[in-house]
Design a protein around this ligand. Structure first.
Ligand SMILES: [Zn+2]
Length: 169
């Protein structure tokens, strides 16, 4: 479950449709950065983490599946390491927060430095990671990076397996 070992999960309610009471000042939200235009993902796309007394945390996840997990301090650190410590060049998980990275909670790995800026290979504009499209991404390797404007222009000529389809030219 999100990288959290079973011994660090105190309680797990699956399919919970309503959010737990949130304390917006202390809630941290992680969002899945979906950059692959040809794959319908059936995973979790949003996670909110609320600290509780006694070093416990409530983790509310939504997406294709949803639920609430109550975890220990070790458990929340496992979640942070799993989702944020190993950042690929175009990261899949981002902290959705206006607050500065230096005030992030302690379970966010030290090497998380916020969403990177990525250069679009078409217009060469520097673009926030949230606005990048990576067609034909495989196993975390990103070979194609387009900003959403360029992607909207070229998507008709893009073949999901071969990339640019030039056969008509
Ligand atoms: Zn572009």
């Amino acid at each position: 479950m999100l990288g959290i070992s079973s011994e660090n999960i105190l309680e797990h309610s699956k399919g919970t449709s309503h959010s737990p009471p949130s304390d917006s000042d202390r809630t941290t939200t992680l969002v899945y950065n979906d950059t692959e235009p040809h794959i319908i993902r059936d995973g979790i796309n949003r996670i909110t983490v609320i600290p509780k007394p006694d070093n416990e945390y409530l983790v509310n996840y939504t997406g294709y599946m949803s639920g609430i997990v109550r975890v220990t301090q070790d458990g929340i650190e496992e979640l942070g390491d799993t989702l944020l410590a190993t950042q690929t060049d175009v990261p899949n998980w981002l902290v959705d927060s206006p607050i500065a990275t230096q005030t992030l909670p302690s379970w966010i790995p030290d090497n998380y430095t916020g969403p990177p800026t990525i250069t679009c290979q078409h217009c060469h504009e520097k673009t926030p990671a949230q606005d990048i499209v990576t067609p034909n991404r495989t196993n975390g390797n990103t070979t194609n990076r387009f900003c959403r404007n360029c992607w909207n222009e070229i998507r008709e000529q893009w073949h999901p397996e071969h990339g640019f389809d030039n056969r008509g030219e």
